[in-house]
Design a protein around this ligand. Structure first.
Ligand SMILES: [Zn+2]
Length: 281
């Protein structure tokens, strides 16, 4: 296939075009040519397949190396280009799958860097999640929230006491799992889901809990509730810290409850959500 050379770019060429040319080596891996009449396919700069074959075979000198011999053997498996075969054509092929034209999604999935699947993936990015809750959960799970303990670790000279309980250091695990404020919310969740107990000694306990299930609380509901609680606690923490606006935990839970009901109603046609309302109410 004829790929424009990067050396052929002109000063007046746009940045976009020059950027595309730099990807030619990568793009070449995905392009497969179907030889028809051999009139368009170009192997090197201007060499055309049609020019190296006659009606009775390929016009190639006798092989002088194993490599050349193997090439000739391979060529015998390819039909000689002929006008009856129609025009040459190109396919965009990703991992042996012939795409209908260019597929950005398949190509990106093929070339993007991949890491091993982490065990918390489905707790954060599940189908039907509220995007702002999922993003907040992702940041929280990575322990990247700017809690006071982290801010002090960065060198800020601040009071690291939790604003919600005024008794412990404000770390992620304290704020979300062990703070008296959070404990009221988790207790309300426990009662609503009719669970015998609900306490998390560590963050990994919480992640594990979202992946397990019983008849009253399937994983989708646990993830929905968990992300809503985590989001509400962080929002309330910021509200108290920056605006001195205090909201009692049982009032906050009313808002969480209302939000969860709205989400379930909005996704009631989704198979994962259709029975969740009876579990939550
Ligand atoms: Zn606290």
């Amino acid at each position: 296939m004829d790929f424009p050379s990067p050396n052929s770019t002109k000063f007046s060429d746009s940045w976009n075009w020059r950027s595309l040319l730099r990807l030619r080596g990568l793009a070449r891996e995905f392009v497969r040519c179907n030889v028809g009449n051999g009139r368009d396919l170009q192997v090197l700069e201007n060499a055309k397949v049609r020019e190296v074959c006659a009606s009775d075979g390929w016009i190639i000198t006798n092989p002088r190396s194993d490599k050349a011999l193997n090439l000739q053997i391979y060529l015998t498996t390819i039909q000689i280009p002929h006008d009856d075969q129609g025009m040459d054509s190109y396919d965009w092929v990703v991992q042996d799958h012939i795409c209908e034209g260019f597929s950005s999604s398949r190509t990106w999935a093929s070339v993007r860097p991949r890491a091993a699947l982490v065990d918390w993936f489905h707790t954060v990015w599940y189908k039907g999640a509220i995007p702002k809750h999922a993003f907040n959960m992702w940041v929280t799970n990575l322990n990247r929230l700017p809690t006071k303990v982290r801010l002090a670790h960065w060198g800020l000279n601040i009071n690291t006491t939790c604003d919600l309980c005024s008794s412990q250091l404000e770390s992620r695990d304290h704020l979300m799992l062990h703070c008296d404020y959070a404990l009221v919310l988790w207790e309300a969740v426990r009662v609503r889901l009719n669970l015998p107990q609900l306490s998390f000694t560590s963050w990994s306990d919480l992640i594990l809990w979202t992946r397990t299930k019983n008849c009253r609380s399937p994983p989708t509901l646990r993830k929905l509730v968990t992300q809503s609680v985590i989001y509400a606690i962080w929002k309330q923490r910021n509200n108290l810290h920056h605006n001195q606006a205090q909201v009692l935990p049982y009032v906050l839970f009313k808002g969480i409850d209302r939000e969860i009901r709205n989400v379930i109603i909005a996704r009631r046609l989704n198979k994962r959500f259709e029975k969740l309302m009876s579990c939550w109410l």
